[in-house]
Design a protein around this ligand. Structure first.
Ligand code: SD4
Length: 344
C-alpha cells in the first residue's frame, strides 16, 4: 500500500490537483508516452497488477502471460473485491467471472465460478485445453478441479461481510456500480468498498498489454455486481463486452455496469472504432455516448468506463461518471491517470 502513494495522478493542470485523502487527484489527460512494452489496467488495484505483469513484459515475455500474472495479483489480494473475499451475491455466495484473449484471437472465459481462487487462470485453461470459449457454474468448477485448481473455502473480507450485512437490512436491488462522485463514494449493490485507509476498492480489474514483440493480449476478472441475483453474469466474462483484443488494431477492457456494456458489445465496439481510425480516447468516448443515448434519462445513474490501447501503444479512456482511474506502466512511467468523463 505504501508504495502506491509514491505514484501521483497525472495532471493536465499540474499543481491544481486536489488533495483527496492521501492521493493527489488531478485533472485528466491522455498519456503522452507511447510504445511498447506497455500495460494498462483499471482502478487503483491496477498499480500492483501492472507491477506483476511487468515482471514478464519487462523481460521480453509474452503479453498473454503478463495479463494473466498481472490480474492474479489482484485475485490474490484480500484487500480487493475481485477474488474469494469479494462481495457475494444476494444469497451470500461469492461467484467469480473472468476472461482472457491473446494475439491470435484465442479466448477463454469462466462465469459464476465458485471457490476457485484464480478464475483468470481457469479461463486460460478453457482457452488452451478445451474446444470451447466459455464454461460456467458447476461445469466450470468441475473443469477447474480436474485441471488441479484447489477448491477453496469462500473467505469474505471484513469489508465484504460488513457490506453484505448492511445490504441484507433492506435487500434493495439497485444495480448502480462504482459511482464515485457521490458523497458516500457510491451507493447501490456494487458500490466500491472503502478500505480501512479510506481508499475506494472495486470489484473488477481489466488489463490490456502490448509486449516487446508488439503483440497484444487482455484479461478481465471480477466478483461482479455485489449482491447480484444468483446466476447473474455481467460483461466481464463476455468476449467482446468486458474485453476484446485484435492484434492488428488494439485492445479494450470495460468496467462498470455490465448490462450496459453488453448492450453495445462495448469492448469490441471500441476496437472496431479504432480500426476505423479513431484514437483510443475517441473510440472509448464514442462507445460511452452510445450507451448514454440508449439510457437516456437514466444515464446519470450508472457508471461505465472503457480503457483502450492501440497498436502504436497509445492509450485512451472514457467514462460516464467522473472518478474512473487507470494505472499505466511502460518503460518510462508507472502511474495513475484519471479518465475523462461525460458527466463532470
Ligand atoms: C459487472 N462490469 O459485473 C462488472 C462490474 C464492474 O467495477 O466492473 N465493477 O458488471
Amino acid at each position: 500500500m505504501a508504495s502506491r502513494r509514491k505514484f501521483i495522478y497525472s495532471s493536465l493542470f499540474g499543481g491544481l490537483g486536489t488533495l483527496l485523502g492521501k492521493k493527489v487527484i488531478a485533472g485528466v489527460s491522455y498519456p503522452t508516452v507511447t510504445g511498447n512494452p506497455i500495460v494498462i489496467s483499471t482502478w487503483d488495484a491496477g498499480l500492483a497488477a501492472n507491477a506483476g505483469a511487468w515482471k514478464i513484459l519487462g523481460s521480453n515475455g509474452r503479453a498473454l502471460d503478463a495479463v494473466e500474472a498481472g490480474v492474479r495479483v489482484t485475485e490474490d489480494s484480500i484487500n480487493c473485491c475481485v477474488g474469494l473475499g469479494a462481495n457475494p451475491d444476494r444469497d451470500g455466495i461469492v461467484t467469480l467471472d473472468a476472461c482472457i484473449m491473446d494475439e491470435h484471437g484465442n479466448c477463454g472465459s469462466v462465469g459464476a465460478l465458485e471457490r476457485i481462487k484464480h478464475p483468470i487462470s481457469v479461463a486460460r485453461r478453457v482457452m488452451e485445453k478445451t474446444p470451447h470459449v466459455m464454461l460456467v457454474g458447476q461445469g466450470a468448477q468441475q473443469f477447474a478441479v480436474s485441471e488441479g485448481f484447489p477448491l477453496e473455502e469462500q473467505k469474505l473480507s471484513d469489508d465484504a461481510k460488513k457490506a453484505y450485512e448492511q445490504w441484507l437490512k433492506k435487500s434493495e436491488y439497485k444495480p448502480i456500480i462504482n459511482i464515485e462522485n457521490t458523497k458516500s463514494g457510491g451507493h447501490g449493490p456494487s458500490a466500491p468498498v472503502h478500505l480501512p485507509n479510506g481508499e475506494l476498492n472495486h470489484d473488477t480489474i481489466g488489463m490490456v498489454a502490448m509486449d516487446a514483440a508488439g503483440n497484444l493480449s487482455g484479461s478481465c476478472t471480477t466478483s461482479g455486481m455485489g449482491f447480484k441475483m444468483r446466476g447473474r453474469l455481467g460483461d466481464s466474462p463476455i468476449i467482446g463486452a468486458g474485453l476484446y483484443v485484435d492484434n492488428e488494431v488494439g485492445a479494450c477492457t470495460a468496467t462498470g455496469q455490465g448490462e450496459d456494456v453488453i448492450r453495445i458489445c462495448g469492448s469490441h465496439t471500441v476496437v472496431e472504432l479504432m480500426r476505423q481510425g479513431m484514437s483510443p480516447g475517441q473510440a472509448c468516448k464514442t462507445a460511452v455516448e452510445r450507451i448514454i443515448k440508449i439510457k437516456g434519462d437514466k444515464a446519470g445513474e450508472i457508471q461505465v468506463a472503457f480503457l483502450a490501447l492501440n497498436k502504436k501503444g497509445e492509450v485512451g479512456s472514457f467514462a460516464i461518471q467522473k472518478g474512473f482511474s487507470y494505472a499505466l506502466k511502460s518503460n518510462k512511467e508507472e502511474k495513475m491517470y484519471n479518465a475523462k468523463s461525460y458527466y463532470q
